[in-house]
Ligand binder design. Structure first.
Ligand SMILES: *[C@@H]1O[C@H](CO)[C@@H](O)[C@H](O)[C@H]1NC(C)=O
Ligand SMILES: *[C@@H]1O[C@H](CO)[C@@H](O)[C@H](O)[C@H]1NC(C)=O
Ligand SMILES: *[C@@H]1O[C@H](CO)[C@@H](O)[C@H](O)[C@H]1NC(C)=O
Ligand SMILES: *[C@@H]1O[C@H](CO)[C@@H](O)[C@H](O)[C@H]1NC(C)=O
Ligand SMILES: *[C@@H]1O[C@H](CO)[C@@H](O)[C@H](O)[C@H]1NC(C)=O
Ligand SMILES: *[C@@H]1O[C@H](CO)[C@@H](O)[C@H](O)[C@H]1NC(C)=O
Length: 432
């Protein structure tokens, strides 16, 4: 009897200590955080996030992934292995465990959560098309290269990705991460990528993308703040906030945010919103009803279907008549001579449901091409482009975007410059 009582006390004490430990751990951070870089050494400007991958057999566990809010899954330079004994991974190679063709995840990803792209071969039910040695059948999946648009094959794996934790103000040493099924591709798949970028991180609403796979307190909320220069470091958070940017170390960025519903679109795990019209100096350019507007972290500039584009260009050239025009530089059609001073142009407002608006001010509308020429950074997508509006990364720079997948809401700041801060103002100082 005495023994049983003693045992019970030990068990209770253990449970108590265990719960304390979990709650202390859970309270100390409210987000996972990672630095974001802008790259200008590929065919178009691209943005990466740095996270650590594991298991690794390389000196630095950190790896740079292109940020793709449309990608259904994450893929990077690694190899899949059946045998994960210590020492079995070739040196200087990231190794992960394979998903076999027989496993549920293989069929699930191949039939429902892979890239939908006309350049990819159809992904049939593998178990009916791939006879052979079941034990060592690794699961192939299609992946689309966001730089070239070509389709590659990658092998599905069991991955591990880790980020530093944060309270929204500083970076903690503790890690929080995810164990999604991602995929391994050979280094040749990344040849067209910016230097040192060896993967694509899927940030879409797919169950195989990162937001869904984070630790539950951080799940399904992604905040993205893209920097405007390669020398500046932007920030990405998982978790509902708060978030702080210097110098206002006590103002939660969420207080700057407006919101609009995120819409679903068939055949895509990406993010869509509804734009009712585009307003420039009180005059609206109509956007036909039910026009689809997609958000893209791969398209460098906002692309408009020709009918909408022409309306915007006509109105914008009218309100900037006093500026000296310059010969257009492709892909832009409205350029200005800036030999005198920096340009200041009227805002372009995306008018959204419920009277909300996303304001695109000069820093996000005018791209400086050379010391003499600056252009309106909107591109003509062609007469039949679908989606009719794609909002691209130049318009996201120094804007804080919070994708709340739980509530299907996009929260957005418009330019942070109006608040005297930028995406490069997160304090990455490590707090032990
Ligand atoms: C794939 O094939 C297997 C075996 O033939 C079958 O059990 C399974 O239902 C099929 N799955 C789909 C999605 O067609
Ligand atoms: C966490 O932050 C430290 C300091 O910035 C950095 O050295 C480390 O690589 C980060 N870890 C991850 C997983 O990003
Ligand atoms: C790529 O990584 C190498 C080795 O870490 C480093 O020396 C080089 O500066 C990096 N290049 C870029 C463009 O970041
Ligand atoms: C989603 O909405 C609920 C109810 O309004 C709110 O409590 C919750 O904080 C929201 N989620 C996020 C991530 O903001
Ligand atoms: C827009 O979509 C709604 C609901 O799907 C539909 O009832 C309406 O006819 C559509 N309008 C146009 C102009 O296509
Ligand atoms: C950044 O964070 C560190 C650690 O908390 C702090 O000492 C430092 O003052 C912060 N920097 C600024 C500019 O507030």
């Amino acid at each position: 009897m005495y023994l049983i009582l003693q045992l019970l006390i030990i068990v209770l004490a253990f449970i108590f200590v265990e719960r304390e430990a979990i709650s202390a751990y859970a309270q100390s951070y409210t987000s996972a955080v990672a630095p974001v870089h802008k790259h200008t050494d590929a065919a178009k400007p691209l943005y990466s996030v740095r996270v650590s991958t594991w298991p690794v057999n390389v000196q630095d566990s950190n790896e740079y992934f292109l940020i793709d809010i449309d990608a259904p899954l994450t893929w990077h330079e690694c190899i899949v292995q059946w045998n994960m004994h210590p020492g079995s991974c070739p040196s200087n190679t990231r190794c992960t465990s394979s998903v076999s063709c027989e496993e549920y995840e293989c069929t699930h990803v191949r039939t429902s959560y892979t890239y939908q792209n006309p350049s990819c071969p159809p992904e049939t039910n593998i178990s009916t098309t791939m006879p052979g040695n079941w034990i060592y059948c690794t699961c192939p999946v299609n992946v689309v290269n966001p730089v070239t648009g070509s389709c590659d094959q990658a092998l599905l794996n069991y991955d591990e990705l880790n980020l530093n934790t944060s309270d929204g103000r500083n970076v903690f040493t503790g890690l929080s991460g995810a164990n999604p099924n991602a995929a391994c591709a050979p280094s040749s798949s990344f040849a067209s990528f910016p230097a040192n970028v060896t993967g694509v991180m899927g940030f879409s609403s797919s169950p195989y993308a990162l937001p869904f796979n984070m630790y539950y307190l951080l799940r399904n909320t992604l905040a993205l703040c893209l920097p405007s220069k390669p020398s500046a470091t932007g920030v990405l958070f998982f978790g509902p906030g708060p978030y702080y940017l210097l110098p206002q170390s006590n103002v939660d960025v969420r207080s700057y945010l407006s919101y609009t519903p995120l819409l679903k679109h068939p055949d895509s795990f990406g993010y869509f919103i509804s734009v009712h019209s585009i307003v420039i100096k009180k005059r609206s350019i109509d956007v036909p009803a039910n026009t689809t507007t997609k958000l893209s972290t791969i398209d460098p500039y906002t692309t408009l279907r020709t009918d909408i584009y022409n309306g915007v260009i006509r109105r914008f050239s009218m309100v900037t008549k006093r500026l000296r025009p310059a010969e257009p530089i492709a892909p832009f059609s409205l350029c200005y001579s800036t030999s005198t001073t920096g340009l200041k142009v009227p805002n372009i407002d995306f008018s959204l449901p419920d009277g909300k608006k996303w304001t695109v001010s000069t820093a996000n509308s005018i791209k400086q091409i050379s010391s003499e020429v600056a252009c309106l950074a909107f591109v003509d997508g062609g007469a039949t482009s679908e989606p009719a509006i794609v909002i691209g990364t130049f318009q996201f720079e120094d804007n804080f975007l919070l994708f709340d997948l739980e509530n299907s809401t996009l929260r957005f700041s418009s330019s942070l410059l109006r608040k005297q801060t930028t995406c490069a103002n997160f304090n990455f100082t490590l707090t032990p």
